[in-house]
Design a protein around this ligand. Structure first.
Ligand code: HPA
Length: 276
């Protein structure tokens, strides 16, 4: 069986339980599950029950697919994601993205927790990702390319939709929420960075660094999705003082910022609905 068969088996299982046709997918990162409170939930499916789905192991990641609607728009939400540092292969990490595409999703809203390396950022800031740097992670498209999934050499000139970023600003300003914008540097983790690494990452042109998202975005772009991604800045790595970072601090900071992140996502979904 190839990955194509696995994708079909997983999406057939989901379709056997849910007949809606979601166009929008949402990935909720660590401590960012509050978004679900705004949804009318039709069904929750544990990842463990979906054929070929990996199972999430990190605290703060609940590991289920939630389908339902928000303001009349069908949505499929990944509550919990898979990280390379958990021991999954890059193909396993991005498998759910391909299943979402098979279900009809063509717009993906991604959230994550990230460390700030821009001195103008503060803990709790929300940063729209305008671009990423992928060369410290393993590219999920290495290996045989299936033309059914996408091109061998995908263009990456605009992985994060400029149109979505514009909508993000409009939504945030109407809500009185400040959004930053910046470049996300992908790392494998699971260590947080050393001081020297945070500085290097800044020097290389990034504003934030994190252990998720980049493999997902590469795969989403490969299969033709439009992407919007928002980071919660949970720590400021480049500060010489106060830069002992724990997972608990990251989760706490994410939890505090989660309501605003959820409002921005909700506002974007409503705008997409009214424009369609
Ligand atoms: N580095 C990498 N990943 C992270 C960080 C960080 O400082 N904060 C939250 N996720």
């Amino acid at each position: 069986m190839s990955v194509l068969d696995h994708i079909k088996a997983a999406s057939s299982y989901i379709k056997s339980l849910y007949s809606g046709s979601p166009k929008i997918g949402v990935i909720l990162g660590s401590g960012l599950n509050g978004f679900v409170d705004f949804m009318k939930v039709d069904l929750e499916i544990n990842y463990a029950d979906i054929p070929h789905f990996p199972v999430s192991t990190v605290e703060g990641h609940s590991g289920k697919l939630i389908v339902g609607e928000m303001g009349g728009v069908n949505l499929v939400v990944m509550s919990g994601r898979f990280h390379y540092y958990e021991g999954y292969t890059p193909n396993e990490v991005v498998f759910p993205i391909r299943v979402l595409k098979n279900l009809g999703v063509d717009m993906l809203l991604i959230s994550n927790a990230a460390g700030g390396v821009n001195a103008n950022f503060n803990v709790g800031d929300l940063m729209m990702i305008k671009d990423h740097i992928s060369f410290a992670i393993v590219n999920p498209l290495l290996g045989k390319n299936f033309a059914e999934l996408g091109l061998r050499f995908p263009d990456m000139s605009e992985p994060y939709s400029k149109a979505f970023i514009k909508i993000g600003y409009e939504v945030a300003s109407s809500l009185g929420i400040e959004l930053k914008e910046g470049v996300y540097f992908g790392v494998t983790g699971p260590t947080f960075e050393t001081r020297a690494e945070y500085k290097l990452i800044r020097t290389l042109g990034a504003d934030a660094v994190g252990m998720s998202t980049v493999q997902e975005v590469i795969t989403a772009v490969h299969c033709g999705m439009t992407v919007f991604a928002l980071s919660v800045i949970t720590d400021i790595g480049i500060r010489e003082e106060e830069n002992v970072i724990t997972h608990a601090d990251v989760l706490d900071a994410a939890k505090d910022a989660a309501p605003n992140l959820a409002l921005v996502f909700k506002g974007i979904i409503e705008k997409i609905k009214s424009a369609s």
